[in-house]
Design a binder for this molecule. Structure first.
Ligand SMILES: Nc1ncnc2c1ncn2[C@@H]1O[C@H](COP(=O)(O)OP(=O)(O)O)[C@@H](O)[C@H]1O
Ligand SMILES: [Mg+2]
Length: 345
């Protein structure tokens, strides 16, 4: 048989915050998670009305619902279909899911056990996956536009020029036109190669990280006249496949942000390795920006920054961004050389 103190241990072991509330809505007991979640001490909460934990605007409604529940109590989630929020001592709110179970705890009184789950991480993930889907959609649109505007148009023009070539009577003119067509075909092939490189990093397994990034940086120089001063040393060999891909994508995004947003024409990329961690630092001396607050959900405009953080987190690493308006931007990504999630596929 479990003793009373064992029940307290069970109560405290719950990953959810738990409250025992009596028929008058007074908090009679709470577990350790509840203290951590709400920021009130046990003494402050015990004996107070449970509405203290409800945002002010919803308190009246909460009281009514609570009374109605008391008339026909049954185990069920609270406010099904609604987005519930709990109020903390510091005035901030957190999204929660709450389940209610009536229980005859005292000798003569009905109590309700409330299990309260903080779902902010889950909501953030859901929001993020929505953003990722939107970003993938956006990327597809961008690709189809690029395929149409650049390659399809070029090919159509080339087809017409080849046709015209046959009608050209003047040998020299024909030879010149032929050479120009050959040049344009070469240019189009380079463009397609560049595009493929942007999509897949094909050299990652063959030439390794520094060679793959080297070609990304060369393309950026060719297309945008933007110089990346890279110091990659011998870093890369010790990275496993997953960590390599994460760093490749993070550096690619950070550099492309510098190209597109910083308003300068150069950036530096430095790789360092120590104690099994590889760090890539991407720095530009451009316009910088106001960093969204760390615990705020990233806005739709920050898919790139959020994606960098997610990629690093997935392999057990992290990304730190330092920037301020007018003060340039530094992105530093550190990942364990042997990522926690092992090999791809
Ligand atoms: N290196 C940078 N210099 C200046 N502004 C930047 C830089 N990197 C990011 N930003 C700002 O942060 C915003 C969010 O970046 P990001 O999440 O990558 O989204 P996107 O590049 O699609 O706009 C950018 O729109 C830009 O305003
Ligand atoms: Mg970006």
């Amino acid at each position: 048989m479990l003793k009373r103190k064992d029940y307290t241990a069970v109560f405290d072991a719950s990953p959810d915050a738990m409250l025992v509330v009596d028929a008058d809505g007074i908090v009679r007991d709470l577990n350790r998670q509840a203290v951590a979640m709400f920021g009130w001490s046990r003494d402050e909460l015990e004996g107070t009305e449970v509405e203290r934990l409800v945002p002010v605007a919803s308190r009246g409604r909460h009281r009514q619902h609570r009374r109605r529940y008391g008339e026909a109590p049954e185990p069920r989630p609270m406010g099904e279909g609604l987005e519930l929020e709990a109020l903390r001592k510091d005035g901030t709110t957190i999204p929660v899911e709450i389940s209610l179970s009536p229980s005859q705890l005292g000798p003569d009184r009905e109590h309700v056990i409330c299990a309260i789950r903080d779902i902010s991480a889950w909501k953030r993930m859901r929001r993020l996956s929505g953003m990722m889907i939107a970003a993938a959609e956006q990327e597809r649109k961008h690709l189809s536009r690029e395929l149409h505007d650049e390659f399809l148009q070029n090919l159509v023009a080339l087809k017409i020029r080849v046709k015209l070539l046959a009608d050209e009577k003047d040998d020299r003119e024909r030879e010149n036109a032929r050479a120009r067509i050959a040049d344009d075909i070469r240019g189009t092939i380079l463009g397609v190669k560049r595009m493929i490189r942007g999509l897949l990093p094909p050299e990652l397994d063959r030439g390794g990280l520094s060679s793959a990034l080297g070609s990304v940086f060369r393309d950026i120089e060719d297309v945008y006249g933007f110089t990346v001063h890279a110091s990659m040393g011998r870093v890369g060999g010790e990275l496993d496949e997953v960590a390599t891909l994460a760093l490749y994508r993070i550096v690619q995004e950070a550099v492309s942000n510098a190209v597109r947003h910083a308003g300068v024409n150069e950036a530096t990329v430095i790789f360092e390795s120590s104690n099994g961690t590889v760090t890539a630092t991407i720095r530009d001396e451009g316009c910088g920006f106001e960093l969204p607050h760390a615990d705020r959900l990233p806005g739709d405009a920050c898919v790139g920054l959020a994606g960098m953080r997610e990629r690093a987190a997935l392999v057990g690493g992290k990304v730190v961004v330092q920037t301020s308006p007018g003060g340039g931007t530094m992105v530093r990504a550190s990942v364990p050389a042997q990522s926690a999630s092992g090999q791809l596929g």
